[in-house]
Design a protein around this ligand. Structure first.
Ligand code: HMG
Ligand code: MG
Length: 301
């Protein structure tokens, strides 16, 4: 079996990682985090979300983060946009990519963005039109592909059905997301295979939260299928405000460590990444959640 020789990691720490933190992190600290990630070799990142600050107060400084962001050469910056209002707020900052988001679960969509799946897709129409006119790539994050905190089991057929609708409205790239980290390798492969009927391999990514400790196994299972783009969060930060108990994304440093062991190139410097995990964990006043970061920091001490 041959695995991809190169993998692209999108660090979602500044967005998915921080959005669930009760303690407000300053825009200056967010900008330092983004700068350190770029210096470590991260070439794709999610900087912030243009969502309602009443819903997600931590992302209320999206405009400050985007206006202060110094993008390094070759870096693509993505922002989350739930509707046209968010798109209009994001456009002046010319993000490289916008991320619209819905779910394979009806109940989760209601809790997260206050509408049905069908309504969410309708709202994305004008957002995508504006993105295409501005030459901005459109990614969709599809939540709860492996299970829902409200509905339980989600079938691969349901993932495929929503993926088809997203492809039909012009979404370029799909992130198959395990919001609550309940997926296991064969189920992840089934969800990816359902999505692959509507998106090409290079426009599909895995976004796995590590709540049940399955994220690395799920990444490996995705590599086996040929998927070579993954979201990850430095320090393993994160969680969704509308998925109680769900923990962070797989830690970027754990993915880089795995890829190094497999001889797969990520372009990321593991030591610099671990320093970044230590930096943002220090801002939050706790040690990094990721085992790789803790092990590498302990080894240095
Ligand atoms: P709503 O209340 O139904 O919206 O919320 P509305 O259109 O009725 O507007 C209500 C108020 O929000 C109005 O303000 C609007 O102006 C304002 P008011 O008149 O009350 O002062 N508003 C906005 N403000 C700023 N930016 C906007 C915006 N839109 C409306 N874009 C809405 C609908 C979608 C806005 C709301 O539900 C929301 O913001 N939800 C955000 C949810 C969120 O950010 N969740 C976390 C990200 S998704 C995630 O983490 C999953 C992912 O990681 C993948 C995975 O792991 O599964 C991506
Ligand atoms: Mg997420």
């Amino acid at each position: 079996m041959s695995l991809p020789t190169r993998v692209t990691l999108c660090d979602v720490g500044p967005r998915d990682g921080l959005q669930n933190e009760k303690q407000l992190v300053s825009a200056a600290h967010k900008l330092e985090l983004i700068d350190r990630l770029q210096a470590a070799g991260v070439r794709r990142l999610e900087a912030t979300s243009f969502v309602s600050p009443k819903w997600v107060p931590q992302m209320g400084d999206a405009a400050d983060v985007m206006s202060g962001l110094q993008k390094r050469h070759g870096v693509a910056v993505a922002v989350l946009v739930p509707n046209e209002k968010g798109m209009d707020a994001a456009l002046p900052f010319a993000p490289d990519e916008i991320v619209v988001f819905t779910a394979a679960s009806e109940a989760f969509t209601q809790k997260n963005i206050n509408c049905s799946i069908a309504e969410s897709i309708e709202r994305f129409g004008p957002v995508i039109t504006k993105a295409k006119a501005a030459g901005i790539k459109v990614r969709a994050a599809l939540s709860c592909c492996l299970g829902c905190p409200y509905e339980g089991e989600i079938s691969a057929a349901q993932v495929g059905a929503v993926a088809a609708r997203l492809a039909a409205i012009g979404v370029d790239h799909l992130s198959v997301s395990d919001t609550i980290g309940v997926g296991t390798p064969r189920k992840v492969q089934a969800a990816l295979e359902a999505a692959l009927r509507h998106f090409p391999m290079h426009e599909l990514s895995g976004h796995y939260h590590d709540t049940y400790g399955q994220a690395l196994a799920n990444v490996y299972a995705s590599l086996e299928l040929g998927v070579s783009t993954f979201d990850a969060s430095v320090g393993g930060l994160g969680g969704c405000p509308y998925a109680k108990g769900a923990t962070g994304n797989v830690a970027t440093e754990e993915l880089v460590y795995l890829m190094q062991g497999l001889g797969i190139d990520t372009g990321i410097d593991l030591d610099a990444l671990v320093n970044t995990a230590a930096f943002i964990s220090g801002v939050l006043g706790r040690p990094p959640a990721s085992r790789a970061a803790r092990a590498l920091l302990a080894k240095r001490a």
